[in-house]
Design a protein around this ligand. Structure first.
Ligand SMILES: Nc1ncnc2c1ncn2[C@@H]1O[C@H](COP(=O)(O)OP(=O)(O)O)[C@@H](O)[C@H]1O
Ligand SMILES: N[C@@H](CCOP(=O)(O)O)C(=O)O
Length: 321
């Protein structure tokens, strides 16, 4: 559970007075999420999610809120930002930026099924298509420049583990020189963190995607590679071939994959595994203090990264014709 900042209904008085959302009934810290503090706010009108932004960067918030509104106008299932009676969507609570969005019904997909994975692939393609008419790019806040700096921060901790250090270094170089230098890969806005715990389902039916804090402009095949890594491997980093192939199929049925993209899949998956290995290692070695803090296991993504180097013919597992 990640609740870094405590908040009570009494402290929300002025904030609630500016919102036309009914009488407040309860405010509960949410037992999931890694980065920000989330509360479930129940009022006489319904349920809302109140998020306090805990990470350093905040300039992206108006962009993210506009993207969510854009998706909602196009019927893409995601939270709707809620404005106050001055039409403001960005607030300050406890000295932190705060936003209010609609609550999406549904549960995390657990246990995961191939049907969930297929729908997640299809949703990712919808997120890509749906943002094509959104004219504002956002640079990837967790691309190779950030990776270099995280790796530098981690290097003293990894002196004893030369194998891991070299694995991270060689993957970073490959990502920079092969993937992110590629000029013709189809690119646009994507979610960049579409893990199972950022999707909600009613049984087998997808109700939406949440957590757009890392959404940015990126090669779409890299965004797909992130979801292939997140859905296609278990908590120990072992492959789940059916999940992988169904996620791929759901995506490719909605947006056919170019030959250039197909060829670069192994590199894109190694880049994706690197991104989450680095941030999880950073959160492990430099933990943030909070009332309740969730940390994710870096070992699983490191194992996955090893596995991807040893199995470069991953494309065969995707069942691509
Ligand atoms: N709009 C929403 N509707 C329903 N539940 C949500 C919504 N936003 C967040 N949640 C709940 O809060 C949890 C944490 O949200 P998330 O955005 O992943 O946090 P973080 O920003 O810390 O990563 C989710 O797993 C989900 O249970
Ligand atoms: N998906 C990332 C963690 C980011 O946290 P989230 O709660 O914002 O999804 C990971 O699995 O490492």
């Amino acid at each position: 559970m990640s609740v870094y900042t405590t908040l009570t209904l009494a402290e929300l008085g002025p904030f609630l007075a500016r919102h036309d959302i009914g009488q407040p009934l309860s405010l509960e810290g949410i037992s999931a999420g890694v980065v920000n503090t989330n509360y479930r706010l129940t009022t006489s009108r319904g349920i809302y999610i109140l998020t306090l932004i805990e990470s350093g960067e905040r300039d992206y918030l108006p962009w993210m809120l506009a993207l969510l509104a854009h998706y909602r106008e196009r019927g893409v299932p995601c939270p709707l930002p809620i404005a106050d009676n001055r039409r403001q969507m960005l607030h300050t609570l406890k000295n932190r930026p705060a936003i209010l969005v609609s609550f999406l019904d549904g549960e995390l997909p657990n246990p995961l099924t191939p049907g969930h994975a297929w729908q997640a692939g299809r949703l990712l393609a919808r997120l890509h298509h749906g943002a094509q008419s959104f004219d504002y790019p956002r640079e990837n806040p967790l691309g190779p420049v950030a990776w270099r700096s995280i790796l530098a921060q981690l290097t003293p901790m990894l002196q004893e583990d030369v194998t891991t250090l070299e694995l991270l270094q060689k993957t970073l170089i490959e990502s920079e020189t092969v993937l992110f230098c590629h000029k013709t890969l189809p690119s646009g806005i994507g979610h960049a963190d579409l893990f199972p715990d950022n999707t909600l389902f009613d049984g087998e039916v997808l109700t939406g995607a949440i957590d757009f804090h890392y959404a940015c402009t990126l090669p779409w095949i890299y965004d797909l590679a992130i979801s292939l890594c997140a859905w296609g491997f278990d908590e120990e980093g072992a492959p789940r071939p059916k999940m992988m192939s169904e996620l791929w199929r759901g995506y490719a049925e909605a947006r056919p994959i170019d030959p250039d993209e197909l060829q670069i899949v192994p590199v894109a998956m190694r880049a994706a595994a690197l991104r989450f290995s680095l941030t999880r290692l950073r959160d492990f070695h430099f933990p943030r203090q909070g009332l309740q803090v969730t940390r994710k296991n870096p070992a699983a993504f490191l194992r996955l990264l090893h596995w991807l180097w040893e199995n470069p013919s991953i494309i065969k597992q995707l069942g691509h014709p």
